[in-house]
Design a protein around this ligand. Structure first.
Ligand code: APR
Length: 249
C-alpha cells in the first residue's frame, strides 16, 4: 500500500482539479452501516420493498417506522471520521475542489468541505409533501408517525428514494465536475448504482486519473480505475495527507 500512497500523493501534488466521489464506506467508521456487504442495510431489508418511493407513498408510517426512524437515530449521533476529515484537509491544502457524495448523512459538510454535491439528496432535512417546508431531521418529533408539518402535510426525507429522479442540479454539477477534473478519488463505494457510478467513467474518458480507496475491489477496479488502494478510508486518508504534506513542503 505504501507505494500507492506515495503515487497518489504525487498525483495529488501534480493535479490542478481534484474531485472526490464517496459512498457509504467512508461513513462506516462514523457508525453508519453500509448498504451492501457485511452488516449492510440491504442485507436486512429489500430496498425495493422499503426504500422505494412507491412503498413510501403507499404506507409512509411503515417506512418511517422501519427504515427512517433507524436512519434518524444513527445520523443524529454520527460525527465525521478520519476519512471525512482527510478530504476536508485536502480542500484546505488546495488539493480538492468538489465532493460528489452518495451519502445522505451530511458528514462531509460537518467535516468542513465547502463544495459537496449530494447526489442522493440528504437525510439531514425532512420536507413537507404538501407545502414543501423543510425541517432539520434532528428537530423532528417522531413520537407520532409519520411526522407532520404545521400545515398537516406528511414529512419525508429530503433524500432520493429508489424510483425517483436524481436532483437535476446534482446530476449536472456532478457531470461537470467529472468532465473537468484531472484526478478523481473514489472512496468507499461499491460503484453498482447508476447514474452515479458513471462519474468515474466520465472522468476517465476525459483523461483524468481515477484512484479507488476501498478494502475491496469494485466493478471499476482494473476497468476504469488506474489503481485501488486496498484499505479503510480513515487509515488511507491519514497516510495520504501525511505523505502529501511531505511532498508539498
Ligand atoms: N473505507 C472505505 N470503503 C469501505 C470501508 C472503509 N472502512 N468499509 C467498506 N467499504 C466499502 C465496501 O467495500 C463497499 O465497496 O464501501 C462500499 C460500500 O458499498 P455500498 O454499501 O453499496 O454503498 P454505496 O456504494 O454508497 O451505495 C450506493 O446504493 O442503496 C443505494 O442510495 C444508496 O447511496 C447508496 C447507493
Amino acid at each position: 500500500m505504501d507505494d500507492l500512497i506515495k503515487q497518489t500523493a504525487a498525483d495529488l501534488a501534480a493535479a490542478h482539479h481534484v474531485v472526490a466521489l464517496t459512498g457509504a464506506g467512508i461513513s462506516i467508521d462514523s457508525g453508519i452501516p453500509p448498504f451492501r456487504g457485511k452488516g449492510g442495510l440491504w442485507e436486512r431489508f429489500d430496498p425495493m420493498e422499503i426504500a422505494h418511493i412507491d412503498a413510501f407513498m403507499q404506507d409512509p408510517a411503515r417506512v418511517w417506522d422501519i427504515l427512517v426512524r433507524e436512519m434518524k437515530e444513527i445520523v443524529d449521533r454520527a460525527r465525521p471520521n478520519d476519512g471525512h476529515l482527510g478530504l476536508a484537509k485536502l480542500e484546505q491544502l488546495g488539493k480538492l475542489k468538489t465532493v460528489i457524495t452518495q451519502n445522505i448523512d451530511g458528514l462531509h459538510q460537518a467535516a468542513g468541505n465547502s463544495d459537496v454535491i449530494e447526489f442522493h439528496g440528504t437525510f439531514a432535512w425532512q420536507r413537507c409533501m404538501a407545502c414543501g417546508k423543510k425541517y432539520e431531521t434532528r428537530r423532528v418529533d417522531i413520537s407520532q408517525l409519520p411526522p407532520r408539518c404545521e400545515c398537516g402535510g406528511i414529512l419525508r426525507p429530503d433524500a432520493v428514494f429508489f424510483g425517483e429522479m436524481i436532483p437535476t442540479d446534482a446530476l449536472l454539477r456532478s457531470r461537470n465536475a467529472a468532465e473537468n477534473c484531472d484526478l478523481m478519488l473514489v472512496v468507499g463505494t461499491s460503484a453498482v448504482v447508476q447514474p452515479v457510478a458513471l462519474m468515474p467513467v466520465i472522468a476517465k474518458d476525459n483523461g483524468a486519473r481515477v484512484v479507488e480507496i476501498n478494502p475491496e475491489k469494485t466493478p471499476l477496479t482494473g476497468e476504469i480505475s488506474d489503481y485501488l488502494i486496498m484499505g479503510g478510508a480513515g487509515e488511507v486518508m491519514n497516510r495520504l495527507i501525511e505523505e502529501l504534506e511531505k511532498t508539498l513542503r
